[in-house]
Design a protein around this ligand. Structure first.
Ligand SMILES: [Zn+2]
Length: 176
């Protein structure tokens, strides 16, 4: 989900200047797609969502490029988690016990942001997981993706892989 979030924007300087979260309407559409995966309740302020995205992108790009992770991005991620912590509540039901996650709004944070940040923290701190992050091999694409197959080099083989193959083919054919 964190990877989905950072890919809602093209990287700065890339020719693809689109930002899916540039307007509230875009963010609403994004939450509709992700709704089933996140805690219930009001969606966060769009500026907070973009700040979380920036922190995640800074960390993931540093990892992908083999650079030191910026400490400011790490503390940003931590504050998203601290401002809306979760606790587990065990309940007696007629048929047995049920465990339920409760998100705490009373610290002023938003559980959806905390949820995404927590997922990201678990993913990024696991070397075998974070080691699968890749940047798309298409130079005009800025997507970062999780390579399930370690040899995959395109965010979407059917899109970026094909585009680059077609471009190479045209170069070989004399720039036609
Ligand atoms: Zn791509």
């Amino acid at each position: 989900m964190a990877v989905d979030l950072i890919n809602t924007a093209a990287a700065p300087g890339s020719p693809l200047a689109d930002d899916l979260l540039s307007a509230d309407r875009g963010a609403q559409a994004w939450w509709r797609i992700e709704r089933a995966r996140v805690p219930e309740g009001d969606p966060p302020d769009i500026r907070a969502l973009r700040r979380l995205r920036l922190a995640l992108r800074d960390i993931m790009e540093a990892l992908v490029d083999g650079r030191p992770v910026p400490p400011a991005a790490v503390s940003d991620l931590n504050s998203f988690m601290q401002s809306a912590p979760a606790s587990t509540r065990l309940q007696l039901t007629g048929t047995g016990l049920r465990a339920q996650t409760q998100w705490h709004w009373e610290y002023g944070g938003n559980p959806r942001l905390a949820f995404i940040a927590t997922q990201a923290a678990e993913f990024l701190s696991d070397k075998s997981q974070a080691g699968r992050l890749r940047r798309c091999a298409n130079p005009v694409c800025s997507m970062i993706f999780i390579a399930v197959n370690p040899r995959r080099s395109w965010c979407a083989p059917g899109v970026c892989g094909n585009r680059v193959r077609v471009a190479r083919h045209h170069q070989r054919a004399g720039g036609a």
